[in-house]
Write a protein that binds this ligand. Structure first.
Ligand SMILES: Nc1ncnc2c1ncn2[C@@H]1O[C@H](COP(=O)(O)OP(=O)(O)OP(=O)(O)O)[C@@H](O)[C@H]1O
Ligand SMILES: O=P(O)(O)OC[C@H]1O[C@H](OP(=O)(O)OP(=O)(O)O)[C@H](O)[C@@H]1O
Ligand SMILES: [Mg+2]
Length: 284
């Protein structure tokens, strides 16, 4: 059995479970379930706190895990990122009362509250800055109001929490994070386990299906080269004959977020019957 860690709660949990379901793996229905066996795919899922996942994967007790890049780096575990998943995005930033700090150098000698002490300490060391790091479990924004810290370092998604606390972001971002698949450091070579390769291919298939749509249109042969330049597809677009003299039908995958721009440009070129369909899953 391949042993995979999945976040059991928090910001990453639901979307991690969804992506695994879409990739064809059994997932738990009851949030109290802590282990689930998918016998058909020879995989066992362990639902764990995302902060602990890097530790289990780093020690080799679990083969793979889904966690945040920030949590992986904070843990210092012997694990590496193998696939970014495109959700759970955040930046990790310093914040302070307006007018108190502006650059990382100004943090020297300050008290910095954070739940990610490993990440903050290594960032300060990289910049040659010495400061006191106070590790708290959560709600670190309040530490400034209560006089425990001068600065905080925390996950920022929308920035609403900081605004609400009257704090402003200071200095450069410490890190840009998102959910990632991780493996133990000694085991990052692919090809050693077909179940790992299969999982990666399946998840990649879901990610590509989310990022691309299938575009089909009819265009005059005379404009085909220009049209194909706009819709090069992955290998190359499919060109089929059309029951209309001098016209062809074209089919190609295009990035979902460029769909409307491309459709407008194709229409201007004279293409017609321009249709967009979703891709449910794929193997490229
Ligand atoms: N708004 C957000 N708040 C917290 N973490 C977020 C947010 N958006 C994305 N993340 C990412 O989620 C991961 C943290 O998840 P985790 O479950 O530990 O914390 P959480 O979502 O704050 O849950 P809880 O506070 O209940 O423990 C990190 O990788 C972080 O970058
Ligand atoms: O930029 P935003 O969209 O406001 O999101 C970021 C905030 O959300 C998280 O807190 P959470 O609610 O998880 O509480 P916690 O500090 O107790 O973990 C995080 O620690 C920040 O405080
Ligand atoms: Mg939190």
């Amino acid at each position: 059995m391949l042993r995979i860690a999945v976040p059991n709660k928090g910001s990453l949990s639901e979307r991690a479970t969804t992506i695994l379901s879409e990739a064809g793996y059994r997932q738990r229905r009851d949030p109290k379930e802590l282990v689930l066996v998918d016998a058909e795919n020879e995989v066992e899922f362990f639902y764990l706190r995302p902060r602990d996942i890097a530790v289990y994967v780093g020690s080799g007790d679990l083969d793979l895990g889904v966690t945040g890049r920030d949590l992986l780096l904070d843990s210092g575990a012997d694990a590496v990122e193998v696939l970014p998943l495109g959700f759970g995005s955040s930046t990790f930033r310093f914040a302070a009362r307006p007018g108190t700090v502006s650059t990382v150098r100004d943090l020297a000698g300050r008290r910095i509250a954070t739940s990610y002490a490993g990440l903050v300490r290594s960032h300060l060391a990289d910049h040659g800055v010495t400061a006191e790091v106070i590790r708290l479990d959560g709600a670190v924004e309040t530490a400034i109001r209560l006089g425990v810290a001068d600065v905080i370092a925390d996950v920022v998604e929308t920035g609403a929490t900081l605004r609400q606390q009257g704090l402003e972001i200071v200095a450069e971002p410490i890190l840009r994070s998102e959910a990632v698949v991780i493996r133990g450091k000694g085991r990052s070579e692919s090809g050693e386990d077909h179940r790992v390769d299969q999982l990666m291919r399946r998840i990649n298939g879901v990610l590509v299906a989310r990022r691309y749509v299938m575009l089909a249109y009819d265009v005059e042969m005379a404009r085909l080269d220009e049209a194909v330049a706009m819709t090069p597809g992955i290998e190359g677009p499919t060109i089929s004959p059309l029951h209309k003299e001098g016209w062809v039908a074209v089919q190609a995958m295009v990035p979902r977020d460029e769909t409307n721009r491309i459709m407008d440009a194709l229409y201007d070129l004279g293409a017609r019957a321009i249709l967009v369909t979703s891709i449910h899953a794929c193997r490229l």
